[in-house]
Design a protein around this ligand. Sequence first.
Ligand SMILES: Nc1ncnc2c1ncn2[C@@H]1O[C@H](COP(=O)(O)OP(=O)(O)O)[C@@H](O)[C@H]1O
Ligand SMILES: Cc1ncc(COP(=O)(O)OP(=O)(O)O)c(N)n1
Length: 267
Amino acid sequence: MKKVLTIAGSDCSGGAGIQADLKTFSAHGVFGMSVITAVTAQNTQGVFAVQDISREVIAKQIKAIFDDIEVDGVKIGMVSQVEIIQTIAEELRRYQPQMVVLDPVMVSKSGYHLLNQKAETTLVKELLPLALVVTPNIPEAEVITSLRIKTIPEMEEAAREIYQMGAKNVLLKGGHLEEDSIDVLYDGQEFSYYPSPRIATKNTHGTGCTLSSAIASNLALGHDLKEAIALAKDYITVAIEHSLAIGKGVGPTHHFYTLYKKAGLIE
Ligand SMILES: Nc1ncnc2c1ncn2[C@@H]1O[C@H](COP(=O)(O)OP(=O)(O)O)[C@@H](O)[C@H]1O
Ligand SMILES: Cc1ncc(COP(=O)(O)OP(=O)(O)O)c(N)n1
């Protein structure tokens, strides 16, 4: 069985972070493991508190996994502080996993800063070069490049700029566009496009976490990057189409719709 690791924060309400990542891994039939970087108190309405895990404990979690288990894929999500980013980068340089997907989580949908603003440049400098692909959403790409992004040509320009900062591949997600939800991949040579019609739902909590974990799973399963993204895009589209009206705010996506359907558990 392929083994995939998420290095990310915990979302106690189960919609994003570590919890979304582990559900995504299970839905892909890979064995999920987690290094927790922070514990958040959040739900479908907002983020109320964050407790970072110490850099020593983060380093020890990474060591415990890599010293014992072969890791086929890694996804990096919430990494809130400069010291935490430096620790993760040091450990990844030591263990050198090849299939690393970096989701540069900055601000939650509810507007909470999950990444300390001082850490934005550290994330780009330390983690970008270690990733096979980085998956910013439009607001994150705007922060990284200082460009304004509203259109596909503007997404292409930003993806090129992030590539020039040291990323091997850039997948700029289009969930924040006004019309269709088109994700744009730049590999340094050409652009590839992953379109889907915009699904009319407010329940999109954890979409970015889910997409990056699905890409990491597909890479671990042996797909090349373009296939891994295409399959992940299909997965997130179904998960959003069948998203769950849980809680009073922005509900989570459905990770097991296809599995439950095949098993006859839902109509
Ligand atoms: N309403 C929507 N309809 C269809 N796809 C969506 C919708 N919202 C987000 N997506 C898709 O979900 C994935 C995550 O994108 P996005 O929401 O931009 O990330 P984030 O959660 O990091 O803000 C992308 O593949 C994007 O195209
Ligand atoms: C612990 C934690 N990590 C990441 C996020 C952001 O997740 P994302 O998939 O970008 O979804 P939204 O929060 O933007 O809906 C998070 N909220 N918590």
